[in-house]
Design a protein. Structure first.
Length: 526
């Protein structure tokens, strides 16, 4: 719901690492015969030079498990003041397609290195590619359009084009290394061409962009005394050093999931907006972390998948809170995220009564509250509370050793959801955890839940933003026992999802009436 210093602090620690490995040989070397931007594909005869032994054309996710990893993806000298920065011309590409990188730096030269996150030996990522040294340049200043949507764009030309031939689907980061030593990240998802028979891991890039204030404007704020944007462009870098939201939310899930050896697929929620077949045949869909901004197309396609028995897991809180549009504008299709938020009355579609008006999903016109899909509604920010188990017999807790009343300090935060026992909340719904806390002077509660549907789909919602970072034991006041809990539950969920509609084997046992939850929102508006 809101940008927080907590997330930024945690992720900067993740980016810099806990003991950074040695730099790439020649990563700050200015000597090179290259005079033009160039990309270098994997060369199996030079495997030692690239830290990779991929066979061109080989794109199996399963083959990545257990290969040699590295810590060199981390940033030793983060470019937090834009000393080097960049963005990809697309947020995701199918394996084999090219991605253009647009990079700006004051350094004379720079290099780009690509890493894939996964279950590797010796590190969380595998190096798959690197460029030659490339001449640096400081690209144009941001362009701000004060009329209409107040959007910032970085009108940069491509610095290099990278082939993803032979790259397995997954979550990647390009590490930009300037000759001056400054370093930054550019995230990328290499999308699976099909999710059939697989558990799909979905990166919530629309939310990443909503919070992106590069150039001074986001969907939350503008410079001091100025209004925020009503649409944000993907044609600009993420805030320095470039991949905070991805490292906080998606990376821990990816690394954990790939350890399990189940069939996995990768996509972004923007792919749902463009591809009506993106979830066709998927056995499960996992929303990785803070997934607050959804278009109607995204929502409708996930609902359709649920009707066909696709299991769902929302490993966060504040999910599907704001409605967005992703129109075809600018430098390519669906590169803008339109969201008027609390200025919804200024949205051109508002007076038309359109269901695509970019208000909260729970608000007019044509409200579609988030609880109808995720099982809960967003409740409060900021939150600092323990996770208290109330249904220890739930199948997802197997092997974790939990008992009724067990508490896990700090796991509920920094935003949390609550069950609303109203007609649009799916039933049967089983409350798994329940804790009361104070929100803005009002007593309320937080839960995690599991519900099942007629199609056999099982749906889990964590109800806390700290679920994903707890998988890596790297956030706030989360303790090692909480990390053990989140890993155990996530393992049980993903393995069961991979076998098909989990509700047929594990129906939810409705216990909502035990908790006497109010039907109305009683906390201050956020």
């Amino acid at each position: 719901m809101r940008a927080t210093g907590f997330i930024g602090t945690v992720v900067l620690v993740l980016v810099m690492g806990f003991g950074v490995g040695p730099e790439l040989p020649g990563s700050t070397d200015t000597a090179s015969t290259d005079v033009r931007p160039a990309e270098r594909p994997i060369d199996t005869n030079r495997a030692s030079a690239y830290g990779a032994a991929a066979v061109p054309g080989h794109t199996s996710v399963a083959a990545e498990r257990g290969r040699q990893g590295t810590s060199q993806w981390r940033l030793r000298k983060p470019a937090i003041k834009g000393q080097i920065e960049g963005y990809a011309h697309r947020v995701s590409v199918p394996s084999g397609e090219r991605v253009k990188l647009k990079i700006s730096t004051g350094a004379a030269r720079f290099r780009v290195v690509a890493f894939r996150f996964g279950a590797y030996r010796g590190g969380l990522a595998r190096r798959v590619w690197r460029s030659r040294m490339i001449d640096g340049e400081r690209q144009r200043d941001p362009v701000f359009s004060p009329r209409r949507t107040r959007t910032v764009v970085a009108p940069w030309h491509s610095s290099l084009s990278v082939s993803t031939r032979g790259w397995s689907p997954g979550v990647y980061v390009f590490k930009l290394v300037a000759s001056t030593g400054w370093q930054a990240h550019v995230p990328l998802v290499v999308r699976s061409r099909s999710t059939k028979g697989k558990v799909a891991l979905m990166a919530p890039v629309a939310t990443w962009q909503a919070y992106n204030d590069w150039g001074g404007y986001s969907l939350y704020h503008g410079p001091t005394g100025d209004r925020r944007s009503w649409a944000v462009s993907q044609n600009r870098p993420y805030p320095a050093p470039g991949a905070k939201q991805m490292l906080f939310g998606a990376m821990p899930v990816v690394v954990h999931a790939e350890q399990l050896g189940i069939p996995l697929a990768y996509l972004t929620n923007m792919d749902l907006a463009t591809d009506g077949q993106a979830l066709r045949g998927a056995r499960g869909l996992v929303s990785m972390g803070h997934d607050e901004y959804w278009s109607l197309d995204m929502r409708q396609r996930v609902l359709s998948a649920r009707r066909h028995g696709t299991n769902l897991a929302f490993l966060g809180a504040n999910t599907m809170y704001w409605r967005i549009r992703t129109p075809t504008v600018g430098q390519g299709p669906r590169r803008d995220v339109v969201g008027y938020r609390s200025d919804a009355q200024l949205d051109p579609l508002y007076d038309k009564g359109s269901a695509r008006t970019t208000a909260r999903y729970r608000d007019p016109p044509k409200p579609k509250p988030e609880n109808s899909l995720i099982g809960m509604r967003y409740e409060c920010f900021p939150v600092e509370a323990p996770y208290r188990v109330v249904s220890p017999g739930w199948w997802g807790f197997r092997g974790t050793g939990v008992r009724r009343g067990d508490r896990y300090p700090g796991l509920v935060g920094i935003e949390a959801d609550r069950v609303y026992p109203v007609p649009r909340t799916p039933r049967p719904l089983q409350i798994l955890s329940h804790v009361t806390y104070d929100c803005g002077g009002v007593s309320t509660s937080a839960q995690s839940i599991y519900y099942t549907t007629r199609s056999g789909a099982g749906v889990f919602t964590a109800g806390t933003l700290r679920w994903t970072c707890a998988l890596r034991d790297r956030c706030g006041s989360v303790t090692p026992p909480a990390t053990g809990l989140t890993r155990g539950v996530t393992t049980n969920l993903l393995k069961a999802f991979a076998r098909g509609p989990v509700g047929r084997r594990h129906p939810a046992h409705d216990n909502v009436a035990r908790f006497h939850l109010p039907k109305q929102n009683q906390v201050p508006a956020s």
